[in-house]
Design a protein around this ligand. Structure first.
Ligand SMILES: NC(=O)c1ccc[n+]([C@@H]2O[C@H](COP(=O)([O-])OP(=O)(O)OC[C@H]3O[C@@H](n4cnc5c(N)ncnc54)[C@H](O)[C@@H]3O)[C@@H](O)[C@H]2O)c1
Length: 312
């Protein structure tokens, strides 16, 4: 299959590349390296350096590569105050990807959405039918982008994702706690609940999602298991065999944060015949074993406060 991945040098994109190249897929990516890294792009992958906000560039790449499937993974979130960049990448970029996909008549368009689209949810686990009411620049722009993708006249699916842990994860509580505890630094935990998904479960769903007759529409992707950030801290501390000198402080959620985000994946399980297999503890430990081997890179967050938060 010919697969175009926008944001292919990022965490999810590069894991998809590692997973799909050995399966014989022909892959091309577009990335501006805002948060992705050139060195994670293998030489067998076609690389266009540039922004999805550049309509002409997206049209050219889609027109010349002629993908069967487009995976739209590019997103901006680095600076929560930079609404223009968020809108440019997450809204205009998504429009450009949707329009180019339509013009090329691609077979599948797969979009990734943040659970922050639900804003402060009325109930947890959050059903996929829950109204969207994002309130951060990232959430607002990603939600507009998703709505445009779903307008495209090609078979489109948007996955609303739990926090995916796996190779090259550089955001959120797991890398933050790992780095700080290893350096003997103190940590604090926000009083929030999140769901975590192992990369292997995400990749298994993506294998199903690129099939030509796979379901279309919007789906939550999660284990449905909620855990506090303190649970994450405890897992990391236990793994590193660190006993903090003083109990870790637990602080209330920040103004731009949501107390509990746990997605209900039941509709996804039914439609795709998929279910997450890796539990919370193994997901965290898989991640920590990866950091032992490769280290932690830059830690970015879409939240305004220095973060130990979990939602993406
Ligand atoms: N990883 C998660 O747990 C998670 C959870 C919810 C949603 N998502 C969504 O999944 C997608 C991938 O997330 P990720 O974790 O891999 O993030 P990431 O930051 O690692 O990857 C995003 C990639 O997009 C690239 N990019 C940014 N702006 C661009 C632009 N204008 N043009 C081209 N490329 C651009 C970045 O350089 C980066 O390589 C995003 O859409 C994100 O909103 C991820």
């Amino acid at each position: 299959m010919r697969i175009l991945i926008t944001g292919g040098a990022g965490c999810l994109g590069s894991n998809l590349i590692e997973h799909w190249l050995p399966a014989g897929h022909d892959i091309h990516i577009i990335d501006n390296f805002a948060t992705g890294k050139r060195q994670v792009v293998p030489p067998q992958v076609g690389l266009t350096v540039g922004s999805v906000a550049d309509a002409r560039l997206v049209d050219e790449v889609v027109g010349s590569f002629r993908p069967d499937v487009v995976v739209h993974s590019a997103a901006a979130y680095k600076d929560p105050a930079d609404w223009r960049e968020d809108a440019s990448t997450n809204v205009i970029g998504s429009i450009n990807v949707a329009k180019a996909s339509e013009a090329a008549g691609i077979q599948r368009l797969i979009n990734f959405q943040t659970a922050l689209c639900y804003g402060r949810p009325d109930l947890v686990p959050i059903p996929v039918t829950h109204p969207v009411r994002p309130f951060t620049s990232y959430g607002v722009s990603k939600t507009a982008g998703e709505l445009y993708v779903l307008q495209a006249t090609v078979p489109a699916v948007s996955f609303r994702l739990a926090n995916i842990a796996g190779p090259r994860l550089a955001i959120g509580p797991i890398p933050t706690f790992y780095k700080r505890l290893k350096a003997g630094q103190s940590c604090f935990c926000s009083d929030t609940v999140r769901d975590f998904l192992d990369m292997s479960d995400f990749l298994a769903l993506m294998d199903l999602a690129i099939q030509i007759n796979a379901p279309t529409g919007v789906f939550n992707v999660s284990t449905a298991e909620g855990h506090t950030i303190k649970d994450v801290f405890d897992e990391v501390a236990a793994y590193l065999q660190v006993t903090p000198a003083t109990p870790v402080s637990v602080v209330p959620p920040g103004v731009d944060d949501v107390p509990a985000v746990v997605l209900d994946p039941s509709e996804t399980e039914r439609a795709f015949g998929w279910k997450a297999r890796v539990g919370f503890s193994d997901t965290i430990r898989n991640q920590l074993r990866w950091y032992d081997r490769h280290g932690v890179t830059d830690v970015y967050s879409h939240l305004t406060a220095p973060s130990t938060e979990g939602s993406r």
